[in-house]
Write a protein that binds this ligand. Sequence first.
Ligand SMILES: *Cc1c(COP(=O)(O)O)cnc(C)c1O
Length: 425
Amino acid sequence: MAQHIETTCVQGGYTPKNGEPRQIPIVQSTTFKYDTIQGMAQLFDLEASGYFYTRLQNPTNDAVAAKIAALEGGTAAMLTSSGQAATFYSVFNIASAGDHIIASAAIYGGSYNLFAVTMKKMGIDFTFISPNCTDEELNAAFRPNTKAVFGETIANPSLVIFDIERFANAAHAHGVPLIVDNTFATPVNCRPFEWGADIVVHSTTKYMDGHGACVGGAIVDSGRFDWMAHADRFPGLCTPDESYHGITYAEKFGLGGAYITKATAQLMRDFGSIPSPQNAFLLNLGLESLHVRMERHCANAMAVAEFLSDHPKVERVIYPGLKNHPSYNLAQKYLPHGSCGVISFEIRGGRKAAETFMSRLQTAAIETHVADARTCCLHPASTTHRQMNDAELYACGITPALIRYSCGIENVEDLIADLDQALAD
Ligand SMILES: *Cc1c(COP(=O)(O)O)cnc(C)c1O
């Protein structure tokens, strides 16, 4: 029976049988017991499905991954120990030394560093392209060795909206998949597969967990990218894997299963960035209320953005729900029910004024975090970007007075009263 996303948030991924626990059990076990060696050998050959070692698969983690797959409308998903691990695996699963990836320049700083520095050392080349580039510029960025295009639905922290449909069409015209980081939107506000994306990644640390409790990540496959139709480009999926008894993933597991099975069987086997079953359980508690929280995060952020826009001490407010936001039209297309709870704004009076304002806040806490039930805020110039001088800050779109404010789910009148007193003379 087709379900609404709210029902999937609460009930997806796990259906207990008669007399079984109502809540997903935490299978806190590294290993699983078998009666015969033949039974276990079949699992090692991927001839049968089942559990043998938690680094490869665990029932708690699988149930939560299945819920996230259902939320995104995908065919398969895997959990990882962090969003960074999810981003790395999503690309490394289909690219290796000598390959090339096109990435939007408006992405999370951690993803940028992973791509531009660490994966570059592994021999993978990245071209960073403006999300507002022309079609000509976009098409010119593809090379014969390009393996994927990567973008972020709502960029953290610039809040630029990625034109998923346009980039998906370009990727497909060149025979490669589009990977989208959907962390800030969450599947409640945008499902990139509906606009042509092929793979979705998440930092579940943010809204999905939502309570600042667990660092985690997820990768979801739409099951729609036809690897075999581009077999020359994706030998890892379309030719036998000697490290797995000659299995050809795309043949054996088909469109819906090849990508995640390969990521599990090769990358998780070799890198081992799994979440603990305990963390997966806590993530699921967050997912159960994701739809309720996102509505409140967005409503609070809209009210705060409007309050700040009208305040004489505020120079400018960056929020995709405001008509003056450069991505307003894309936000209307991809995020008609709201974008996220994160706002950036700049107060008059430069760095000093920003510091005074921050120190006066009482309800909003100073944290290196976003997308939490509790309102938090950050002054990039004196924290995440403190190595940079003012000129370097401007070059990456951050001004000395810029503040990133992540609206929680408290009463919005309390948030506004807190901002009001912090902005007072
Ligand atoms: C935080 C974040 C990440 C990295 O996730 P971690 O869970 O911190 O490793 C990736 N993408 C986006 C958009 C993020 O906000």
